[in-house]
Design a protein around this ligand. Sequence first.
Ligand code: SAM
Ligand code: SF4
Length: 358
Amino acid sequence: MTGALSLPQWSVGADAGAPPPAPESIHGHGTLRDAHGRTIRDLRISLTDRCNFRCVYCMEPDVRFAEPSTLLRADEFVRLGSVAASLGIRRIRLTGGEPTLHPDLGSIARGLREATGCELALTTNGARGDAATVADWRRHGIDRVTVSLDTLDPDRFARLTRSRTPLADVLSCIEHCILEDLGPVKVNVVLLRDRNDDEAVAFAELARRLAIEVRFIEWMPLDSGRTWRSDHWVSASETRRRIEAAHPLVAEPTADPSATATTFRFADGERGRVGFIAPISSPFCGACSRLRLTADGKVRPCLFSDREWDLRPLLRGGGSDEDLRRFLVDAAWSKQAGHGIDAPDFVPPPRPMSAIGG
Ligand code: SAM
Ligand code: SF4
């Protein structure tokens, strides 16, 4: 195998220099803004591109991962989080790949918490969330947890995740998160045609039973195997119709315009909520407040961006905090107006979701 072929598939084609400079007046504001009038308040940090699952809509069994030496160290994540917070970042989400595989998750969370004071959230597949571990997440300063789960049937769970983790482990992780008050606890669900789209109502009932928010995410063409097909895709409106037929819903007012989900409570007053994240059928880019940092130190202005900016040379080459601040301001300024997925010439980005951080 040649060196080029042993690189992760997505390392080819991505633009990874430094971002073009933002106007000098923007640097004076001390916040992260883009050229479309949006202020950036949310940072998603991918701690690793590795995962113990191979969900069929996300990662192929033979996916290749980044070289460990290219990944940021715990202190580098904390330093970047702290610089970002000095520019107005208020919420940080740790994700991946599977962030709980990172051996330093605890110290990174603690470090970020102490250095930034930001609200800290974690997105996990829940496979490693036993009672003691979830209590540790809380102790390390994590405020909120989102657990991803796409089926309530044990056999289907094995087929969809291509893992040996019992479904019961993920369900108990959700319950431990509720007990530890890591909430509002959310469950992310991706529905696929003829694989699990018949479970929309069952998930709404899980939301009612546990008084949590279940969020249905439309499948995006960001899987490592490029298997996305529109006939396997299920729209948020179809899912909502299915749920409404069993449990009428009432729309909730959106307190945060940058929220990705539109949320509903149950008309009969039962606890719990459902949310719909519809990046394909109803893009929500207008109020997007997110910037992403990948595990290998690339700043991505958008999930679907074909541009990303490499912070590692600056970070490892003696760059000062002020240099890093300038870099982040420039990167945020380059954020595109929208993800363009509805454009006829749309091409998915070279990196899959698992290497960006969902
Ligand atoms: N491994 C963790 C997990 O599954 O929660 C964190 C990373 S995962 C990439 C974050 C979220 O992205 C999960 O809720 C997952 O279901 C979702 N996701 C992954 N690939 C997706 C895709 N192609 N389209 C839509 N959502 C996707
Ligand atoms: Fe892993 Fe999360 Fe992707 Fe599933 S969705 S393969 S758990 S990164």
